[in-house]
Design a protein around this ligand. Structure first.
Ligand code: FAD
Length: 404
C-alpha cells in the first residue's frame, strides 16, 4: 500500500484507545484528526488497573508520573454478606498487585484526562480534535480513504483507526455488521458515581453476591464519593439498548432483596449524572485491518468489563499501532501487518472472565450462590493464593510488550 511519507490519520473515538493512539502519533509528528461522537470528553467509569503489559505501555508513553497524581487509594477487595459482614478478603499486598486490585488503579475518567492533557501538550499543530461528530461513510480506493462525516465536511485520509468501542461504527462500515464479531455473554453491567455510604471501609472494593447479580462499591479519588459497579445476568434484550428507564428497572429488580447498601446504591442510580450501562459482550475480530481501516481497543477485542482487561487492550494496542506507523509512515500496510502480528498473542489472553462464563460467575439460584461464596472463601485463603493469582491474571501479565 503506497502512502506519502507524511500520512494523515483519522482516529474514530476519543476514549482510552483513541486518545492513546492519537498521543503517540502526534509525538511522532504524524498529522492526526480525532472524531468523537460525544460533545465533550466523557467522564465516568470506575477504577481501571495497570499491570504487566499495560503498565509497561503507560511507562513507555511516559504517563506514569501523571497517572500517579490521580492514583486511587485501593487496598484490596472484600466480599460482604447482606448485613455487611466481611467473609473474604483479597488484599492487594497479599496478591502482589496481581489479584482483583492492582498496584496502580485510576478511574477511567481520570486516565482519559491524563491522556487528553498529554495530547494537548504534544500537539505542535498536527492535531484536529472534533467533538460531536462521527463517520457516516467510508470509501476506500488505491490511494486513500474518503470519509463522509455526519456534521463536518468530507475529508481524505491515508488511514482510519477505529477506536470507537464495542459497538464500533467504524467496524460496521468497513468490516461488517456487529453480529459477525460480537457475542452477547448473557448479562449487563452498569457503573456510576454515588455518595460514599457512611460505614463503607475506606480503600476497599466491597462486593456483594446475590443470585444472578453482583454489586460492588469501589473507592473513588474523592472519599465522599464511590463508584457503584453492578452486574446482572439476563438474556440479551435489544430493547434495553437505548432505554435508560428499562435499564434502571432491570437493576432495581435484580437487587431488590440484596440488603447491605443496595437501597443507597439504587437511590443514587436515579439521580447520578454518569450512569453507564451496556450489555456484556465479547468481541473477536480475526483480522484487524480491512484495507486502510484498522481497529484498536474494544472495537477489535473485548471480553466485557468482567475480564478487567479493556484498558490494557486499549493502551497496548494504541502503543503498538502508533509505534509501527511511526516506524514506516510511507508503508502503512506493513505497519498494519506488524501491529496485528505483535498484538494478536496478547489479545488471545485478554478475554477470559473469572469463572469462565457469566453463568458461572453469577449463578442464579440461592444454593449455587452460596457455593460460589464458599468458593470465594477458599480461593482467598492463604494456601490457595498462588493458584488464585495464576487463575486470575498470571497469563495476561506474562505478555512481554515488544520493543518498538
Ligand atoms: C463513559 C464510559 C465509561 C466506562 N466505564 C467503564 C467502567 O467503569 N469499567 C469498565 O470496565 N469499562 C468501562 N468502560 C469501557 C472501557 O473504557 C473500555 O473497555 C476500555 O477502556 C477500552 O477503551 P476503548 O477506547 O476501546 O473504548 P471506549 O472506552 O468505549 O471508548 C470509545 C469512544 O468512542 C466514542 N464513540 C463511540 N461511537 C463513536 C462513533 N460512531 N464515532 C465517534 N466516536 C464514537 C465513545 O463516545 C467513546 O468515547 C467505559 C467506557 C465509557 C465510554
Amino acid at each position: 500500500m503506497s502512502t506519502s511519507s507524511s500520512p494523515h490519520v483519522l482516529v474514530a473515538g476519543g476514549g482510552i484507545a483513541g486518545n492513546a493512539v492519537a498521543l503517540q502519533l502526534l509525538r511522532n509528528g504524524i498529522r492526526t484528526t480525532v472524531v468523537e461522537r460525544a460533545t465533550a470528553p466523557r467522564p465516568g467509569g470506575q477504577a481501571v488497573d495497570l499491570r504487566g503489559p499495560s503498565k509497561a505501555a503507560a511507562e513507555r508513553m511516559d504517563l506514569l508520573d501523571a497517572i500517579a497524581q490521580y492514583q486511587l487509594d485501593e487496598r484490596g477487595m472484600s466480599y460482604v454478606d447482606g448485613d455487611g459482614a466481611i467473609y473474604a478478603r483479597m488484599a492487594m499486598a497479599d496478591f502482589d498487585g496481581r489479584g482483583a486490585v492492582a498496584d496502580i488503579e485510576i478511574t477511567r475518567g481520570d486516565l482519559n484526562q491524563v491522556l487528553l492533557d498529554a495530547v494537548a501538550a504534544a500537539d505542535a499543530g498536527h492535531l484536529d480534535y472534533r467533538y460531536g461528530d462521527r463517520i457516516e461513510r467510508i470509501d476506500q480506493d488505491g490511494t486513500g480513504v474518503e470519509v463522509t462525516f455526519t456534521a463536518g465536511p468530507n475529508a481524505r485520509f491515508d488511514l482510519v483507526i477505529g477506536a470507537d468501542g464495542v459497538h464500533s461504527a467504524t467496524r460496521a462500515l468497513a468490516f461488517g455488521p456487529e453480529s459477525e464479531f460480537a457475542t452477547p455473554l448473557g448479562g449487563y453491567g452498569a457503573f456510576f458515581t454515588m455518595p460514599s455510604p457512611a460505614d463503607i471501609e475506606p480503600g476497599w472494593f466491597a462486593m456483594r453476591m446475590v443470585p444472578g447479580a453482583m454489586m460492588g462499591i469501589r473507592p473513588d479519588r474523592n472519599p465522599a464519593t464511590s463508584k457503584a459497579i453492578l452486574t446482572v445476568r439476563a438474556a440479551p434484550d435489544p430493547a434495553l439498548r437505548r432505554d435508560p428507564d428499562a435499564q434502571r428497572a432491570l437493576i432495581r429488580t435484580a437487587f431488590a432483596d440484596a440488603g447491605w447498601h443496595a437501597p443507597a446504591v439504587l437511590a443514587a442510580m436515579e439521580s447520578t449524572t454518569d450512569f453507564y450501562f451496556d450489555e456484556l459482550i465479547r468481541v473477536d475480530v480475526p483480522a484487524l485491518s480491512r484495507g486502510r481501516v484498522t481497529l484498536i481497543g474494544d472495537a477489535c477485542s473485548c471480553g466485557s468489563p468482567l475480564s478487567g482487561m479493556g484498558t490494557a487492550t486499549a493502551l497496548v494496542g494504541a502503543y503498538l499501532l502508533a509505534a509501527e506507523i511511526a516506524a514506516t509512515p510511507g508503508d502503512l500496510g506493513g505497519a498494519q501487518q506488524r501491529y496485528q502480528d505483535a498484538i494478536m498473542p496478547f489479545l488471545a489472553t485478554t478475554k477470559d472472565i473469572p469463572g469462565g462464563s457469566v453463568a458461572m460467575m453469577l449463578p442464579n439460584t440461592r444454593l449455587m450462590t452460596a457455593l460460589a461464596r464458599l468458593n470465594v472463601r477458599i480461593m482467598m485463603s492463604r494456601p490457595m493464593r498462588p493458584l488464585t493469582k495464576r487463575i486470575y491474571f498470571g497469563h495476561t501479565d506474562d505478555f512481554a510488550l515488544p520493543e518498538c
